[in-house]
Design a protein around this ligand. Structure first.
Ligand code: KG4
Ligand code: ZN
Length: 351
């Protein structure tokens, strides 16, 4: 999809919804001219998770150098940009506010249009960068630290939510289980690594699904079952195999995500299935879906790991398609910690 006059559209994209301060310059939604991520993981690791107040402060420190680095790397100045796009929600309110305020100030000072985007719209759109030939419709599983959604992508930015989690997000379960196992934050990559040396059949943990409830997920029962095994072993002063618990837990998560995605592909007739979000970088999930989709003749897409976890390039992709749809945000754009996916867009005609 191009602009009606075939002109290139280059956007500065900003993301600060959690613990990554990120800025990117993206052309026509798919060409990444720069992609800078200042991660705060090392800071939060000491606390075993993201501390919102610290995240906000670190974003304030990092946002200006991060944006400057993205523009420098792209070799562009403000007069070569066509707009600014930013995650306006959902996420941590104090963290979001930094990116939103910076984007508003930058857009105002440079006289550029501003486009607020939904964080999950960004995660899904990472697939447009990874696979330039990808066009809707397709099915996408978004699994991150804050979200677990099964979405039918009808068109750019147009989503049918088929299922979502009733309680914890998949990534949240990874983080909590890792913490109980004494593995460092973020838990996903720690469990991914530990599980590689473990036996996924060592423990039988419950399925993370809801009986009779189509495509929704529930990870809290699974999480509690794993925590019980760990606590019981601690009480009895028994040692557990961390790799075995990690592998068995991971198997249960991968199994339910895979089962839901494949069943949704069958029901919707989707030929292309994609994954997105931090959990999409999980090795076992990627391997299992590659194998299962090959068997079923489905096209399986996954962004490279750095495009799965939070980044601004994905916001540049989502922002581009919103820009083409005529979405423009006013300077009253606010951080919305609970912004629902598919909320009404404000569209303006002309730039
Ligand atoms: O998308 P993301 O960077 O931030 C949110 O929007 O939440 O996702 C972060 C989540 C964390 O919970 C992290 O533990 C998980 O993604 N994650 C993983 C892996 N890498 C990151 N989960 C499983 N396996 C991984 N390799
Ligand atoms: Zn995210």
């Amino acid at each position: 999809m191009m602009t009606p006059d075939g002109k290139d559209i280059t956007l500065l994209a900003i993301e600060s919804s959690c613990d990554e301060t990120a800025a990117a310059v993206v052309r026509n939604g798919r060409q990444v001219l720069s992609d800078v991520i200042y991660s705060q993981i090392a800071v939060h690791r000491a606390y075993g998770g993201v501390v919102p107040e610290i995240a906000s402060r670190k974003h304030v420190e990092a946002i200006e150098p991060c944006v400057r680095a993205a523009l420098d790397e792209a070799g562009l100045s403000a007069d070569r940009l066509d707009g600014v796009t930013v995650t306006s929600g959902p996420g941590l309110v104090g963290a979001l506010l930094v990116g939103v305020s910076f984007a508003k100030a930058y857009a105002y000072a440079a006289g550029l249009p501003l486009v607020g985007v939904h964080h999950i719209d960004g995660h899904i759109s990472a697939n447009y960068i990874e696979t330039p030939s990808l066009e809707p419709p397709f099915l996408c599983l978004v699994a991150s630290g804050g979200h677990s959604h099964l979405v039918y992508v009808k068109d750019y930015g147009v989503y049918d939510i088929l299922g979502q989690t009733r309680d914890d997000a998949a990534g949240e379960a990874f983080d909590k289980v890792a913490r109980a196992l004494g593995l460092p934050y973020p838990g996903g990559p720690s469990i991914d690594q530990a599980a590689a040396k473990g036996d996924p059949k060592a423990y039988h943990f419950p399925q993370a699904k809801i009986d009779g409830a189509s495509f929704d997920f529930s990870f809290s029962g699974l999480k509690s079952a794993v925590l019980n095994v760990i606590h019981q072993a601690q009480q009895k002063k028994e040692t557990i195999s961390v790799p075995d618990v990690a592998a068995s837990f991971q198997y249960a998560v991968v199994d339910v995500l895979t089962e839901h995605l494949l069943r949704a592909a069958q029901e919707t007739g989707a030929q292309t299935v994609a994954i997105a979000g931090g959990v999409a970088s999980n090795t076992a999930l990627r391997e299992r879906l590659t194998a299962e989709c090959t068997e079923r003749n489905l096209r399986f897409l996954c962004p490279r790991p750095v495009l799965c976890t939070d980044n601004a390039a994905m916001i540049g992709a989502a922002g581009y398609y919103a820009f083409l749809r005529g979405v423009r945000s006013e300077l009253s754009l606010n951080a919305e910690p609970n912004l629902p996916l598919g909320s009404r867009e404000r569209r303006f005609h002309g730039r």
